[in-house]
Design a binder for this molecule. Structure first.
Ligand code: GDP
Ligand code: MG
Length: 596
Protein backbone atom coordinates (compact mmCIF):
# COMPACT_ATOMS: atom_id res chain seq x y z
CA UNK A 1 0.00 0.00 0.00
CA UNK A 2 2.98 2.34 0.58
CA UNK A 3 3.50 2.19 -3.19
CA UNK A 4 0.00 3.18 -4.26
CA UNK A 5 -1.17 6.70 -5.09
CA UNK A 6 -4.75 7.51 -6.12
CA UNK A 7 -5.22 10.83 -7.86
CA UNK A 8 -7.43 12.70 -10.27
CA UNK A 9 -6.86 15.57 -12.63
CA UNK A 10 -9.15 18.55 -12.22
CA UNK A 11 -9.43 21.76 -14.22
CA UNK A 12 -11.73 24.08 -16.07
CA UNK A 13 -13.01 22.59 -19.33
CA UNK A 14 -10.45 22.67 -22.18
CA UNK A 15 -7.48 23.30 -19.93
CA UNK A 16 -5.99 20.01 -21.13
CA UNK A 17 -6.86 17.24 -18.66
CA UNK A 18 -7.55 14.49 -21.20
CA UNK A 19 -4.45 15.34 -23.21
CA UNK A 20 -2.29 15.30 -20.09
CA UNK A 21 -3.82 11.98 -19.04
CA UNK A 22 -2.83 10.57 -22.45
CA UNK A 23 0.77 11.61 -21.91
CA UNK A 24 0.78 9.85 -18.56
CA UNK A 25 -0.56 6.67 -20.19
CA UNK A 26 2.18 6.93 -22.75
CA UNK A 27 5.00 7.68 -20.32
CA UNK A 28 4.04 4.70 -18.16
CA UNK A 29 3.63 2.55 -21.28
CA UNK A 30 0.03 1.63 -20.55
CA UNK A 31 -0.58 2.43 -24.20
CA UNK A 32 2.18 2.19 -26.77
CA UNK A 33 3.05 5.31 -28.72
CA UNK A 34 1.51 4.11 -31.95
CA UNK A 35 -1.70 2.99 -30.27
CA UNK A 36 -2.29 6.35 -28.74
CA UNK A 37 -5.31 8.09 -30.13
CA UNK A 38 -5.99 11.55 -28.92
CA UNK A 39 -7.83 11.62 -25.59
CA UNK A 40 -7.55 7.87 -25.07
CA UNK A 41 -9.55 7.96 -21.87
CA UNK A 42 -12.52 9.59 -23.56
CA UNK A 43 -14.19 6.35 -24.63
CA UNK A 44 -17.76 7.42 -25.29
CA UNK A 45 -18.51 8.36 -28.91
CA UNK A 46 -19.90 11.67 -27.81
CA UNK A 47 -16.74 12.49 -25.92
CA UNK A 48 -14.57 11.94 -28.96
CA UNK A 49 -16.87 13.91 -31.22
CA UNK A 50 -17.26 16.89 -29.00
CA UNK A 51 -13.86 16.76 -27.39
CA UNK A 52 -15.29 16.89 -23.92
CA UNK A 53 -15.09 14.41 -21.09
CA UNK A 54 -18.46 13.36 -19.75
CA UNK A 55 -17.57 10.37 -17.64
CA UNK A 56 -14.72 9.83 -15.25
CA UNK A 57 -12.42 7.05 -16.40
CA UNK A 58 -9.92 5.10 -14.40
CA UNK A 59 -6.51 3.74 -15.35
CA UNK A 60 -3.83 2.06 -13.24
CA UNK A 61 -0.36 3.32 -14.21
CA UNK A 62 2.78 1.38 -13.23
CA UNK A 63 5.56 3.89 -12.57
CA UNK A 64 9.19 3.51 -11.62
CA UNK A 65 10.12 6.66 -9.71
CA UNK A 66 13.50 8.38 -9.59
CA UNK A 67 14.01 6.85 -6.14
CA UNK A 68 14.10 3.48 -7.89
CA UNK A 69 10.87 2.15 -6.39
CA UNK A 70 7.87 0.80 -8.29
CA UNK A 71 4.58 2.59 -7.79
CA UNK A 72 1.02 2.01 -8.88
CA UNK A 73 -0.61 5.33 -9.74
CA UNK A 74 -4.38 5.17 -10.15
CA UNK A 75 -5.53 7.97 -12.38
CA UNK A 76 -9.12 9.13 -12.56
CA UNK A 77 -9.81 11.61 -15.37
CA UNK A 78 -12.75 13.92 -14.60
CA UNK A 79 -15.12 16.06 -16.67
CA UNK A 80 -14.78 19.83 -16.37
CA UNK A 81 -18.24 21.15 -17.21
CA UNK A 82 -20.48 22.52 -14.49
CA UNK A 83 -23.18 19.96 -15.33
CA UNK A 84 -20.90 17.10 -14.43
CA UNK A 85 -19.53 18.23 -11.09
CA UNK A 86 -21.36 15.23 -9.64
CA UNK A 87 -19.02 12.96 -11.60
CA UNK A 88 -16.08 14.97 -10.31
CA UNK A 89 -17.14 14.59 -6.70
CA UNK A 90 -17.54 10.83 -7.12
CA UNK A 91 -14.10 10.54 -8.65
CA UNK A 92 -12.55 12.60 -5.87
CA UNK A 93 -14.06 10.43 -3.15
CA UNK A 94 -11.81 7.61 -4.34
CA UNK A 95 -8.57 9.65 -4.36
CA UNK A 96 -5.99 11.15 -2.01
CA UNK A 97 -4.79 13.83 -4.41
CA UNK A 98 -5.84 16.12 -7.21
CA UNK A 99 -3.61 17.52 -9.93
CA UNK A 100 -5.06 20.98 -10.56
CA UNK A 101 -4.43 22.22 -14.10
CA UNK A 102 -4.54 25.86 -15.10
CA UNK A 103 -4.21 26.81 -18.77
CA UNK A 104 -1.18 29.08 -19.20
CA UNK A 105 -3.00 31.45 -21.53
CA UNK A 106 -6.54 31.35 -20.05
CA UNK A 107 -5.61 31.51 -16.39
CA UNK A 108 -7.90 30.69 -13.48
CA UNK A 109 -11.57 30.27 -14.51
CA UNK A 110 -14.88 29.54 -12.82
CA UNK A 111 -14.54 25.75 -12.83
CA UNK A 112 -10.92 25.91 -11.69
CA UNK A 113 -12.17 27.42 -8.46
CA UNK A 114 -15.26 25.19 -8.17
CA UNK A 115 -13.24 21.99 -8.68
CA UNK A 116 -10.56 23.12 -6.25
CA UNK A 117 -13.26 23.56 -3.60
CA UNK A 118 -14.58 20.06 -4.28
CA UNK A 119 -11.07 18.67 -3.86
CA UNK A 120 -10.57 20.60 -0.63
CA UNK A 121 -13.89 19.33 0.72
CA UNK A 122 -12.51 15.83 0.18
CA UNK A 123 -9.25 16.74 2.03
CA UNK A 124 -7.12 16.02 -1.01
CA UNK A 125 -3.50 17.01 -1.49
CA UNK A 126 -3.39 19.54 -4.34
CA UNK A 127 -0.63 19.44 -6.97
CA UNK A 128 -0.93 22.73 -8.90
CA UNK A 129 0.18 22.69 -12.54
CA UNK A 130 0.33 25.39 -15.19
CA UNK A 131 -0.42 23.54 -18.41
CA UNK A 132 0.07 24.40 -22.10
CA UNK A 133 3.26 26.34 -21.38
CA UNK A 134 4.22 25.69 -25.01
CA UNK A 135 1.61 28.21 -26.22
CA UNK A 136 3.05 31.47 -27.56
CA UNK A 137 0.34 33.29 -25.62
CA UNK A 138 1.33 31.62 -22.33
CA UNK A 139 1.53 34.11 -19.48
CA UNK A 140 3.30 32.04 -16.83
CA UNK A 141 4.05 34.89 -14.41
CA UNK A 142 0.50 36.19 -14.58
CA UNK A 143 -0.99 32.74 -13.95
CA UNK A 144 1.48 32.05 -11.11
CA UNK A 145 0.25 35.23 -9.46
CA UNK A 146 -3.40 34.15 -9.89
CA UNK A 147 -2.69 30.74 -8.40
CA UNK A 148 -1.15 32.39 -5.36
CA UNK A 149 -3.65 35.22 -4.91
CA UNK A 150 -6.93 33.75 -6.12
CA UNK A 151 -6.47 30.09 -5.19
CA UNK A 152 -4.21 30.55 -2.17
CA UNK A 153 -1.73 27.88 -3.32
CA UNK A 154 2.04 28.44 -2.90
CA UNK A 155 3.76 29.41 -6.16
CA UNK A 156 6.84 27.29 -5.37
CA UNK A 157 4.71 24.13 -5.55
CA UNK A 158 3.55 24.88 -9.09
CA UNK A 159 4.83 22.60 -11.87
CA UNK A 160 5.09 23.86 -15.45
CA UNK A 161 3.87 21.38 -18.04
CA UNK A 162 2.56 20.80 -21.53
CA UNK A 163 0.42 17.84 -22.47
CA UNK A 164 1.26 18.62 -26.06
CA UNK A 165 5.06 18.56 -25.95
CA UNK A 166 5.39 16.36 -22.88
CA UNK A 167 7.33 18.86 -20.75
CA UNK A 168 6.81 18.44 -17.02
CA UNK A 169 4.83 15.18 -17.17
CA UNK A 170 7.50 13.26 -15.28
CA UNK A 171 7.73 16.11 -12.73
CA UNK A 172 4.01 15.71 -12.07
CA UNK A 173 4.31 11.94 -11.55
CA UNK A 174 7.30 12.53 -9.22
CA UNK A 175 5.30 15.11 -7.26
CA UNK A 176 2.47 12.62 -6.87
CA UNK A 177 4.90 10.02 -5.52
CA UNK A 178 6.71 12.47 -3.21
CA UNK A 179 4.00 14.83 -1.98
CA UNK A 180 0.88 12.69 -1.88
CA UNK A 181 0.24 10.34 1.03
CA UNK A 182 -0.34 6.70 0.24
CA UNK A 183 -3.89 5.49 0.85
CA UNK A 184 -4.71 4.53 4.40
CA UNK A 185 -6.48 1.32 5.21
CA UNK A 186 -5.73 -2.13 6.41
CA UNK A 187 -5.74 -5.41 4.55
CA UNK A 188 -6.33 -7.28 7.82
CA UNK A 189 -9.52 -5.39 8.63
CA UNK A 190 -13.08 -6.21 7.59
CA UNK A 191 -13.79 -5.45 3.96
CA UNK A 192 -15.19 -2.04 3.07
CA UNK A 193 -15.15 -0.84 -0.53
CA UNK A 194 -16.86 2.14 -2.16
CA UNK A 195 -18.82 1.78 -5.41
CA UNK A 196 -18.00 4.93 -7.36
CA UNK A 197 -19.23 3.89 -10.79
CA UNK A 198 -20.54 0.95 -12.80
CA UNK A 199 -21.00 -0.11 -16.40
CA UNK A 200 -23.01 -2.88 -17.99
CA UNK A 201 -21.38 -5.67 -19.95
CA UNK A 202 -23.99 -7.68 -21.89
CA UNK A 203 -22.07 -10.94 -21.28
CA UNK A 204 -20.81 -10.48 -17.72
CA UNK A 205 -23.49 -8.26 -16.18
CA UNK A 206 -22.65 -5.19 -14.11
CA UNK A 207 -19.00 -4.18 -13.79
CA UNK A 208 -18.53 -2.34 -10.50
CA UNK A 209 -15.84 0.32 -10.26
CA UNK A 210 -14.62 0.37 -6.71
CA UNK A 211 -12.13 1.89 -4.32
CA UNK A 212 -11.05 -0.58 -1.62
CA UNK A 213 -10.73 1.06 1.77
CA UNK A 214 -10.10 -1.99 3.99
CA UNK A 215 -9.60 -5.72 3.58
CA UNK A 216 -9.02 -7.87 0.48
CA UNK A 217 -11.48 -9.20 -2.10
CA UNK A 218 -10.88 -12.11 -4.46
CA UNK A 219 -12.85 -14.36 -6.81
CA UNK A 220 -15.10 -16.74 -4.89
CA UNK A 221 -15.79 -14.30 -2.03
CA UNK A 222 -19.45 -13.70 -1.23
CA UNK A 223 -19.97 -9.95 -1.14
CA UNK A 224 -22.86 -7.98 0.25
CA UNK A 225 -24.12 -4.54 -0.81
CA UNK A 226 -24.94 -2.68 2.36
CA UNK A 227 -27.72 -0.55 0.89
CA UNK A 228 -29.71 -3.19 -1.00
CA UNK A 229 -28.64 -6.06 1.27
CA UNK A 230 -28.16 -8.32 -1.79
CA UNK A 231 -25.31 -10.85 -1.92
CA UNK A 232 -23.28 -12.11 -4.90
CA UNK A 233 -20.28 -14.36 -5.52
CA UNK A 234 -17.29 -12.58 -7.06
CA UNK A 235 -16.30 -13.99 -10.45
CA UNK A 236 -13.46 -11.66 -11.31
CA UNK A 237 -11.53 -8.66 -9.97
CA UNK A 238 -8.92 -6.47 -11.64
CA UNK A 239 -7.43 -3.11 -12.56
CA UNK A 240 -8.34 -0.71 -15.33
CA UNK A 241 -5.72 -0.31 -18.02
CA UNK A 242 -8.07 1.14 -20.64
CA UNK A 243 -9.27 -2.47 -20.92
CA UNK A 244 -9.97 -4.59 -17.87
CA UNK A 245 -6.95 -6.48 -16.56
CA UNK A 246 -7.66 -9.51 -14.37
CA UNK A 247 -5.91 -9.79 -10.97
CA UNK A 248 -5.89 -12.36 -8.17
CA UNK A 249 -7.26 -9.90 -5.64
CA UNK A 250 -8.10 -6.28 -4.86
CA UNK A 251 -6.49 -4.98 -1.67
CA UNK A 252 -7.05 -2.07 0.70
CA UNK A 253 -6.07 1.21 -0.99
CA UNK A 254 -6.52 -0.09 -4.54
CA UNK A 255 -8.89 1.02 -7.26
CA UNK A 256 -10.33 -1.55 -9.65
CA UNK A 257 -13.35 -3.50 -10.81
CA UNK A 258 -15.51 -6.37 -9.56
CA UNK A 259 -17.64 -8.70 -11.69
CA UNK A 260 -20.12 -10.90 -9.87
CA UNK A 261 -22.72 -12.00 -12.41
CA UNK A 262 -25.04 -9.16 -11.49
CA UNK A 263 -27.87 -8.92 -14.00
CA UNK A 264 -30.33 -7.02 -11.84
CA UNK A 265 -28.77 -3.60 -11.95
CA UNK A 266 -31.15 -2.13 -9.39
CA UNK A 267 -29.19 -4.06 -6.73
CA UNK A 268 -26.28 -1.71 -7.22
CA UNK A 269 -26.25 1.86 -6.03
CA UNK A 270 -23.43 4.28 -6.62
CA UNK A 271 -21.96 5.38 -3.32
CA UNK A 272 -22.94 2.12 -1.63
CA UNK A 273 -20.46 0.10 0.41
CA UNK A 274 -19.43 -3.47 -0.43
CA UNK A 275 -18.45 -5.82 2.37
CA UNK A 276 -18.03 -9.54 2.97
CA UNK A 277 -21.24 -11.38 3.70
CA UNK A 278 -19.58 -13.70 6.27
CA UNK A 279 -17.68 -10.95 8.11
CA UNK A 280 -19.35 -7.58 7.42
CA UNK A 281 -17.89 -4.21 8.41
CA UNK A 282 -19.68 -2.12 11.03
CA UNK A 283 -21.29 0.55 8.88
CA UNK A 284 -21.26 1.98 5.37
CA UNK A 285 -18.59 4.42 4.20
CA UNK A 286 -19.83 7.94 3.80
CA UNK A 287 -21.36 8.04 0.33
CA UNK A 288 -21.77 10.92 -2.06
CA UNK A 289 -23.85 14.00 -1.80
CA UNK A 290 -27.36 13.48 -2.96
CA UNK A 291 -28.03 14.42 -6.57
CA UNK A 292 -30.18 17.49 -6.96
CA UNK A 293 -31.60 17.66 -10.46
CA UNK A 294 -32.44 21.16 -11.64
CA UNK A 295 -33.70 20.50 -15.15
CA UNK A 296 -36.61 18.20 -15.94
CA UNK A 297 -37.87 16.80 -19.19
CA UNK A 298 -39.77 13.77 -20.48
CA UNK A 299 -38.58 11.06 -22.84
CA UNK A 300 -41.03 9.14 -25.02
CA UNK A 301 -40.24 6.32 -27.42
CA UNK A 302 -41.08 7.30 -30.99
CA UNK A 303 -42.92 4.00 -31.48
CA UNK A 304 -45.15 3.41 -28.47
CA UNK A 305 -44.41 -0.33 -28.37
CA UNK A 306 -40.72 0.43 -27.72
CA UNK A 307 -41.53 1.46 -24.17
CA UNK A 308 -40.15 -1.73 -22.55
CA UNK A 309 -36.95 -1.40 -24.55
CA UNK A 310 -36.51 2.19 -23.47
CA UNK A 311 -37.21 1.19 -19.90
CA UNK A 312 -34.35 -1.32 -19.92
CA UNK A 313 -32.02 1.14 -21.60
CA UNK A 314 -32.77 3.79 -18.98
CA UNK A 315 -32.01 1.33 -16.20
CA UNK A 316 -28.64 0.38 -17.68
CA UNK A 317 -27.69 3.95 -18.46
CA UNK A 318 -28.50 4.99 -14.92
CA UNK A 319 -26.06 2.38 -13.68
CA UNK A 320 -23.35 4.31 -15.48
CA UNK A 321 -24.74 7.73 -14.62
CA UNK A 322 -26.12 7.82 -11.12
CA UNK A 323 -27.04 11.48 -11.54
CA UNK A 324 -29.86 10.54 -13.93
CA UNK A 325 -33.17 10.38 -12.09
CA UNK A 326 -36.42 9.22 -13.68
CA UNK A 327 -39.92 7.89 -13.14
CA UNK A 328 -42.74 6.68 -15.34
CA UNK A 329 -44.79 9.36 -17.07
CA UNK A 330 -47.74 9.45 -19.46
CA UNK A 331 -48.67 12.11 -21.99
CA UNK A 332 -51.98 12.23 -23.80
CA UNK A 333 -50.19 13.23 -27.01
CA UNK A 334 -47.13 10.98 -26.75
CA UNK A 335 -48.13 7.95 -24.67
CA UNK A 336 -45.98 6.19 -22.04
CA UNK A 337 -42.52 7.50 -21.28
CA UNK A 338 -40.32 8.80 -18.47
CA UNK A 339 -40.08 12.02 -16.56
CA UNK A 340 -36.37 12.63 -15.97
CA UNK A 341 -34.28 14.94 -13.82
CA UNK A 342 -30.88 16.27 -14.95
CA UNK A 343 -28.02 18.29 -13.51
CA UNK A 344 -28.19 20.77 -16.36
CA UNK A 345 -28.97 21.22 -20.04
CA UNK A 346 -25.76 19.68 -21.34
CA UNK A 347 -26.42 16.67 -19.13
CA UNK A 348 -29.85 16.31 -20.74
CA UNK A 349 -28.37 16.45 -24.20
CA UNK A 350 -25.68 13.91 -23.41
CA UNK A 351 -28.19 11.47 -21.91
CA UNK A 352 -30.39 11.78 -24.97
CA UNK A 353 -27.46 11.08 -27.27
CA UNK A 354 -26.18 8.18 -25.23
CA UNK A 355 -29.65 6.59 -25.32
CA UNK A 356 -29.71 6.96 -29.08
CA UNK A 357 -26.18 5.80 -29.81
CA UNK A 358 -25.25 3.32 -27.13
CA UNK A 359 -28.73 1.89 -26.67
CA UNK A 360 -30.24 2.42 -30.11
CA UNK A 361 -33.32 4.22 -28.82
CA UNK A 362 -35.37 6.67 -30.88
CA UNK A 363 -36.87 9.13 -28.49
CA UNK A 364 -38.77 12.38 -28.29
CA UNK A 365 -37.51 14.81 -25.70
CA UNK A 366 -39.88 17.44 -24.36
CA UNK A 367 -39.00 21.03 -23.51
CA UNK A 368 -36.84 21.14 -20.40
CA UNK A 369 -38.44 22.78 -17.43
CA UNK A 370 -37.24 23.83 -14.02
CA UNK A 371 -39.16 23.30 -10.79
CA UNK A 372 -41.72 25.98 -9.85
CA UNK A 373 -43.43 26.57 -6.52
CA UNK A 374 -47.03 27.66 -6.03
CA UNK A 375 -48.73 28.96 -2.89
CA UNK A 376 -52.36 27.91 -3.28
CA UNK A 377 -55.43 29.71 -1.97
CA UNK A 378 -56.21 26.80 0.37
CA UNK A 379 -52.86 27.39 2.12
CA UNK A 380 -51.01 24.45 0.55
CA UNK A 381 -47.68 24.59 -1.30
CA UNK A 382 -47.29 22.78 -4.62
CA UNK A 383 -44.05 22.04 -6.55
CA UNK A 384 -44.27 21.45 -10.27
CA UNK A 385 -41.59 20.55 -12.80
CA UNK A 386 -43.91 19.43 -15.57
CA UNK A 387 -46.03 22.08 -17.31
CA UNK A 388 -48.74 19.43 -17.81
CA UNK A 389 -49.38 19.53 -14.06
CA UNK A 390 -49.76 23.30 -13.92
CA UNK A 391 -52.44 24.06 -11.33
CA UNK A 392 -55.74 25.76 -12.15
CA UNK A 393 -54.75 29.42 -12.20
CA UNK A 394 -57.86 30.52 -10.31
CA UNK A 395 -56.53 28.73 -7.20
CA UNK A 396 -52.97 30.09 -7.34
CA UNK A 397 -52.31 32.74 -4.70
CA UNK A 398 -48.66 33.26 -5.56
CA UNK A 399 -46.31 31.67 -8.09
CA UNK A 400 -42.58 31.45 -7.41
CA UNK A 401 -39.51 30.57 -9.41
CA UNK A 402 -35.98 29.49 -8.60
CA UNK A 403 -33.14 31.99 -8.86
CA UNK A 404 -29.49 31.24 -9.39
CA UNK A 405 -26.37 33.23 -8.72
CA UNK A 406 -24.58 33.23 -12.08
CA UNK A 407 -20.85 33.76 -12.23
CA UNK A 408 -19.66 34.76 -15.69
CA UNK A 409 -16.02 35.34 -16.51
CA UNK A 410 -15.43 37.05 -19.85
CA UNK A 411 -12.97 39.14 -21.83
CA UNK A 412 -13.80 42.82 -21.14
CA UNK A 413 -14.49 43.59 -24.79
CA UNK A 414 -17.72 41.53 -24.72
CA UNK A 415 -19.07 43.14 -21.56
CA UNK A 416 -21.79 45.28 -23.19
CA UNK A 417 -23.69 42.60 -25.12
CA UNK A 418 -23.44 40.08 -22.31
CA UNK A 419 -24.83 42.43 -19.68
CA UNK A 420 -27.65 43.13 -22.12
CA UNK A 421 -28.30 39.39 -22.53
CA UNK A 422 -28.49 38.93 -18.75
CA UNK A 423 -30.89 41.86 -18.39
CA UNK A 424 -33.15 40.50 -21.15
CA UNK A 425 -33.31 37.30 -19.14
CA UNK A 426 -34.55 39.30 -16.15
CA UNK A 427 -31.18 39.13 -14.41
CA UNK A 428 -30.27 41.46 -11.56
CA UNK A 429 -26.66 42.57 -11.58
CA UNK A 430 -24.95 42.06 -8.23
CA UNK A 431 -21.33 42.69 -8.92
CA UNK A 432 -18.72 43.31 -11.55
CA UNK A 433 -14.98 43.25 -11.04
CA UNK A 434 -11.90 43.19 -13.16
CA UNK A 435 -9.86 40.06 -12.44
CA UNK A 436 -7.02 41.58 -14.44
CA UNK A 437 -6.75 44.11 -17.24
CA UNK A 438 -8.48 41.90 -19.77
CA UNK A 439 -10.97 39.81 -17.86
CA UNK A 440 -14.12 40.70 -15.98
CA UNK A 441 -16.17 38.68 -13.54
CA UNK A 442 -19.91 39.37 -13.60
CA UNK A 443 -22.28 38.26 -10.87
CA UNK A 444 -25.97 38.18 -11.76
CA UNK A 445 -29.02 36.82 -10.00
CA UNK A 446 -31.16 35.26 -12.72
CA UNK A 447 -34.21 32.97 -12.80
CA UNK A 448 -32.97 29.46 -13.61
CA UNK A 449 -35.85 29.04 -16.09
CA UNK A 450 -34.41 31.85 -18.23
CA UNK A 451 -31.02 30.15 -18.37
CA UNK A 452 -32.68 26.94 -19.60
CA UNK A 453 -33.65 28.57 -22.82
CA UNK A 454 -30.62 29.01 -25.03
CA UNK A 455 -28.64 31.16 -22.59
CA UNK A 456 -25.40 29.22 -22.64
CA UNK A 457 -25.27 29.03 -26.45
CA UNK A 458 -25.89 32.75 -26.72
CA UNK A 459 -23.25 33.51 -24.15
CA UNK A 460 -20.72 31.40 -26.02
CA UNK A 461 -21.47 32.84 -29.43
CA UNK A 462 -21.49 36.44 -28.19
CA UNK A 463 -18.07 36.00 -26.62
CA UNK A 464 -16.69 33.82 -29.43
CA UNK A 465 -16.40 30.97 -26.96
CA UNK A 466 -14.41 32.86 -24.34
CA UNK A 467 -17.00 33.46 -21.63
CA UNK A 468 -17.29 30.85 -18.93
CA UNK A 469 -20.43 30.31 -16.95
CA UNK A 470 -21.02 28.74 -13.58
CA UNK A 471 -23.90 28.97 -11.16
CA UNK A 472 -25.22 28.06 -7.78
CA UNK A 473 -28.87 27.68 -6.80
CA UNK A 474 -30.23 30.47 -4.59
CA UNK A 475 -33.90 30.41 -3.57
CA UNK A 476 -37.51 30.69 -4.72
CA UNK A 477 -38.79 34.20 -5.35
CA UNK A 478 -42.21 35.69 -6.14
CA UNK A 479 -42.94 35.78 -9.83
CA UNK A 480 -45.77 36.22 -12.30
CA UNK A 481 -45.90 32.91 -14.15
CA UNK A 482 -48.21 31.68 -16.88
CA UNK A 483 -48.52 28.44 -18.82
CA UNK A 484 -48.27 28.71 -22.59
CA UNK A 485 -49.95 25.89 -24.55
CA UNK A 486 -49.21 24.99 -28.14
CA UNK A 487 -52.01 23.86 -30.44
CA UNK A 488 -51.28 22.07 -33.67
CA UNK A 489 -54.32 21.88 -35.94
CA UNK A 490 -56.43 22.95 -33.01
CA UNK A 491 -55.18 20.12 -30.81
CA UNK A 492 -53.15 20.87 -27.69
CA UNK A 493 -49.79 19.08 -27.68
CA UNK A 494 -49.22 18.67 -23.96
CA UNK A 495 -45.55 17.83 -24.41
CA UNK A 496 -44.94 21.30 -25.89
CA UNK A 497 -46.45 23.36 -23.06
CA UNK A 498 -44.07 25.65 -21.19
CA UNK A 499 -44.17 27.74 -18.02
CA UNK A 500 -42.78 31.28 -18.38
CA UNK A 501 -42.87 34.73 -16.87
CA UNK A 502 -45.84 36.74 -18.19
CA UNK A 503 -43.60 39.44 -19.67
CA UNK A 504 -41.85 36.83 -21.81
CA UNK A 505 -44.87 34.71 -22.72
CA UNK A 506 -45.77 36.42 -25.95
CA UNK A 507 -42.28 36.42 -27.44
CA UNK A 508 -41.68 32.81 -26.41
CA UNK A 509 -45.07 31.75 -27.77
CA UNK A 510 -44.41 33.45 -31.07
CA UNK A 511 -40.93 31.99 -31.27
CA UNK A 512 -42.26 28.46 -30.71
CA UNK A 513 -44.90 28.86 -33.41
CA UNK A 514 -42.27 30.09 -35.86
CA UNK A 515 -39.88 27.28 -35.09
CA UNK A 516 -42.62 24.67 -35.42
CA UNK A 517 -43.62 26.16 -38.73
CA UNK A 518 -40.02 25.74 -39.90
CA UNK A 519 -39.64 22.16 -38.74
CA UNK A 520 -43.02 20.52 -39.37
CA UNK A 521 -43.11 19.46 -43.03
CA UNK A 522 -45.99 20.49 -45.22
CA UNK A 523 -48.96 18.15 -45.05
CA UNK A 524 -51.79 17.54 -47.53
CA UNK A 525 -53.84 20.16 -45.70
CA UNK A 526 -53.32 23.54 -44.04
CA UNK A 527 -52.02 23.30 -40.46
CA UNK A 528 -52.55 26.19 -38.05
CA UNK A 529 -50.08 26.43 -35.16
CA UNK A 530 -51.13 28.51 -32.18
CA UNK A 531 -49.82 29.53 -28.79
CA UNK A 532 -52.38 30.16 -26.05
CA UNK A 533 -52.60 31.17 -22.40
CA UNK A 534 -55.70 29.77 -20.66
CA UNK A 535 -57.36 29.29 -24.07
CA UNK A 536 -56.59 32.82 -25.27
CA UNK A 537 -54.54 32.79 -28.48
CA UNK A 538 -51.36 34.91 -28.21
CA UNK A 539 -49.55 33.87 -31.40
CA UNK A 540 -50.31 32.08 -34.63
CA UNK A 541 -48.57 30.70 -37.71
CA UNK A 542 -49.92 28.59 -40.58
CA UNK A 543 -48.21 25.85 -42.52
CA UNK A 544 -49.67 25.98 -46.01
CA UNK A 545 -50.81 22.77 -47.68
CA UNK A 546 -48.47 20.83 -49.94
CA UNK A 547 -48.88 21.95 -53.56
CA UNK A 548 -50.45 19.39 -55.89
CA UNK A 549 -47.70 19.58 -58.55
CA UNK A 550 -45.07 18.62 -55.95
CA UNK A 551 -47.00 15.43 -55.38
CA UNK A 552 -47.52 14.87 -59.08
CA UNK A 553 -43.77 14.98 -59.63
CA UNK A 554 -43.25 12.15 -57.17
CA UNK A 555 -45.49 9.92 -59.19
CA UNK A 556 -43.58 10.51 -62.36
CA UNK A 557 -41.75 7.83 -64.30
CA UNK A 558 -38.25 7.93 -62.78
CA UNK A 559 -38.19 4.68 -60.78
CA UNK A 560 -34.86 5.15 -59.04
CA UNK A 561 -35.79 8.62 -57.93
CA UNK A 562 -39.09 7.34 -56.62
CA UNK A 563 -37.39 4.58 -54.68
CA UNK A 564 -34.94 7.04 -53.16
CA UNK A 565 -37.82 9.21 -52.13
CA UNK A 566 -39.63 6.31 -50.52
CA UNK A 567 -36.52 5.24 -48.65
CA UNK A 568 -36.00 8.73 -47.42
CA UNK A 569 -39.58 8.83 -46.24
CA UNK A 570 -39.19 5.53 -44.43
CA UNK A 571 -36.13 6.79 -42.61
CA UNK A 572 -37.94 9.98 -41.75
CA UNK A 573 -40.94 8.04 -40.45
CA UNK A 574 -38.98 6.61 -37.58
CA UNK A 575 -38.41 10.09 -36.31
CA UNK A 576 -41.96 11.34 -36.74
CA UNK A 577 -44.69 11.31 -34.15
CA UNK A 578 -48.35 11.49 -35.12
CA UNK A 579 -50.20 14.09 -33.12
CA UNK A 580 -53.84 14.07 -34.14
CA UNK A 581 -53.59 13.95 -37.93
CA UNK A 582 -50.28 15.84 -38.13
CA UNK A 583 -46.82 14.27 -38.29
CA UNK A 584 -44.40 16.14 -36.04
CA UNK A 585 -40.70 15.36 -36.53
CA UNK A 586 -38.52 14.72 -33.51
CA UNK A 587 -36.38 17.80 -34.22
CA UNK A 588 -39.41 20.03 -33.75
CA UNK A 589 -39.49 19.27 -30.04
CA UNK A 590 -35.90 20.43 -29.66
CA UNK A 591 -36.05 23.22 -32.22
CA UNK A 592 -38.48 25.19 -30.07
CA UNK A 593 -35.70 25.47 -27.48
CA UNK A 594 -33.19 27.12 -29.72
CA UNK A 595 -33.03 30.55 -31.23
CA UNK A 596 -32.50 30.71 -34.97
P1 GDP B 1 -10.00 18.89 -21.21
O1 GDP B 1 -11.33 19.47 -21.55
O2 GDP B 1 -9.45 19.55 -19.98
O3 GDP B 1 -9.99 17.39 -21.12
O4 GDP B 1 -9.01 19.34 -22.38
P2 GDP B 1 -8.41 18.51 -23.61
O5 GDP B 1 -7.32 17.62 -23.15
O6 GDP B 1 -9.54 17.90 -24.35
O7 GDP B 1 -7.73 19.70 -24.44
C1 GDP B 1 -8.44 20.82 -24.91
C2 GDP B 1 -7.72 21.43 -26.10
O8 GDP B 1 -6.44 21.96 -25.73
C3 GDP B 1 -7.44 20.43 -27.21
O9 GDP B 1 -7.64 21.08 -28.44
C4 GDP B 1 -5.97 20.07 -27.03
O10 GDP B 1 -5.36 19.70 -28.23
C5 GDP B 1 -5.40 21.37 -26.49
N1 GDP B 1 -4.24 21.14 -25.59
C6 GDP B 1 -4.22 20.29 -24.54
N2 GDP B 1 -3.00 20.33 -23.92
C7 GDP B 1 -2.27 21.23 -24.59
C8 GDP B 1 -0.92 21.73 -24.43
O11 GDP B 1 -0.16 21.36 -23.54
N3 GDP B 1 -0.51 22.68 -25.32
C9 GDP B 1 -1.30 23.13 -26.33
N4 GDP B 1 -0.82 24.06 -27.13
N5 GDP B 1 -2.56 22.69 -26.51
C10 GDP B 1 -3.05 21.75 -25.66
MG1 MG C 1 -11.39 15.95 -21.20
Amino acid sequence: MENIRNFSIIAHIDHGKSTLADRMLQLTKVVSDNNLREQTLDTLDIERERGITVKSQTAALPYTAKNGKEYLLNLVDTPGHVDFSYEVSRALASCEAAVLLVDASQGVEAQTVANLYLAMENDLEIVPVINKVDLPSADIDGVLEQIENELGLPAEEVILASGKTGIGIEDILEAIVERVPHPEGNEEEKVSALIFDATYDPYRGAVIHTRMFNGVLKPGDKIKFMFSGETYDIEEVGYFRIQREKRDSLKAGEVGYIIAGIKRVSDIKNGDTITLNSNPCEGPLSGFREVKPVVFSSFYPIASDDYEDLSQAMERLQLNDASLIYEKDTSSALGSGFRCGFLGLLHLEIIQQRLEREFNQSIIVTAPSVRYRFQMSDGSTVYIDNPVEYPDSTFIKQSEELYIRANIVLPAEYLGPIIKLCMERRGIQQNMNYIDKKRVELIFEIPLGEVMFDFYDQLKSMSRGYASFDYEILDYRDSDLVKVDILVSGERVDALSIIVHRSRSESRGRHMCERLKDTIPKQMFKVPIQAAISGKIIARETISAMRKDVLAKCYGGDVSRKRKLLEKQKKGKKRMKMVGNVEIPQEAFLAVLKTK
